[in-house]
Design a protein around this ligand. Structure first.
Ligand code: ADP
Length: 303
């Protein structure tokens, strides 16, 4: 178990950022989703022991978030959303400094700094001052400082912010590599579903300081589809085969009702064209919603 929390509450003065969150984070790569202001960063800061919740308990890698913050930081890497870079420093010094802050001896931190900078693709630029770095290089460097002390668990807060599509792809590939090959558990915080899709197996969705949904990404994927209930007259095997070929996923219930997941980009009129081509009569055609889809729509504030 990466983390277990129960009834966490946190307010910044009158602003309630977390309003009673309980969850267990399973091993693997987990995406923490939700719109801006949902409470994601606050939750990460509490899990790291930077903020003490006004109410509730929690454990990260088995360590108590109120009592064992130093241990948590030794085993957890954190890539913050904000720029944490120190002007006038080069990347090696900066990365080694974070290694020392996590409890590594200086020499070991320096050696690891070189290694991780090569790993994230900054080997050639490791002696350059940080203020000369591009947005993509800064993100890589933030990732390097988060893994310098060889953590068991990595918290990434909006790791692709300010990146162009190419930079975004590259940083996601690195994260995927860390998660799959280096045996590091990863919690990625993002307001963009596609950011975590390639990397995560599970997701947690926050909305307005509350847990809106939690589950396997494979279930959440259905959200990219619109769900329709369709009933056609007769057998309709040709109809089903043809709409499957167009990218729809079809489940047939016992009473011959078809649950059809239509890809978001597909024109719904295609279904009727297929029915016409197959000489099938559509008897029933109703838009349906999964409960998870409802939750997500609410969480991200779209209908
Ligand atoms: P997210 O990371 O999902 O965008 P945050 O955890 O940053 O959400 O914020 C949750 C709520 O707490 C928001 O309403 C935000 O405005 C508020 N908040 C966050 N940080 C502070 C702070 N330092 N002082 C006051 N309010 C804050």
């Amino acid at each position: 178990m990466i983390a277990e929390i129960s009834d966490l509450q946190f307010s910044y003065g009158p602003i309630k950022a977390l309003d009673g969150i309980s969850l267990n984070l399973a091993e693997g790569a987990v995406g923490l989703l939700g719109p801006n202001g949902a409470g994601k960063s606050t939750l990460l800061r509490i899990l790291l022991g930077f903020l003490a919740p006004q109410h509730g308990q929690g454990r990260v890698l088995g360590f108590d978030i109120r009592l064992e913050q130093a241990r948590i930081r030794r085993h957890v890497g954190y890539m913050p959303e904000d720029d944490c870079l120190i002007p006038g420093m080069d990347a090696v010094t900066f990365t080694a400094y974070f290694g020392e802050l996590s409890g590594m001896p200086r020499q070991e931190a320096m050696k690891r700094a070189h290694d991780v900078l090569f790993y994230v693709g900054l080997g050639e630029s490791r002696y350059r001052f940080l203020e000369t770095y591009s947005a993509g290089m800064k993100q890589r460097l933030k990732l390097a400082q988060a893994i310098v002390h060889d953590p068991k668990l990595l918290f990434l807060d909006e790791p692709t912010s300010n990146l162009d599509p190419q930079g975004r792809r590259e940083i996601l590939e690195l994260i995927q590599d860390i998660s799959s090959k280096k045996d590091i558990q990863v919690l990625i915080c993002s307001h963009i579903l596609s950011d975590i899709e390639t990397v995560c197996s599970d997701v947690v969705i926050l909305n307005k300081g509350r847990l809106a949904a939690q589950g396997k990404l494979s279930e959440l994927r259905e959200l990219h589809y619109r769900l329709y209930e369709i009933r056609i007259k007769g057998e309709g095997e040709g109809f089903t085969a043809r709409i499957k070929a167009l990218g729809c996923r079809v489940e047939e219930t016992e009473d011959k009702l078809l649950k059809v997941y239509v890809p978001a980009e597909m024109d719904i009129r295609e279904i009727f064209r297929v029915a016409e081509g197959e000489k099938c009569q559509v008897r029933h055609f109703v838009r349906s919603r999964t409960s998870l889809e409802d939750l997500f729509a609410r969480a991200v504030g779209v209908d």
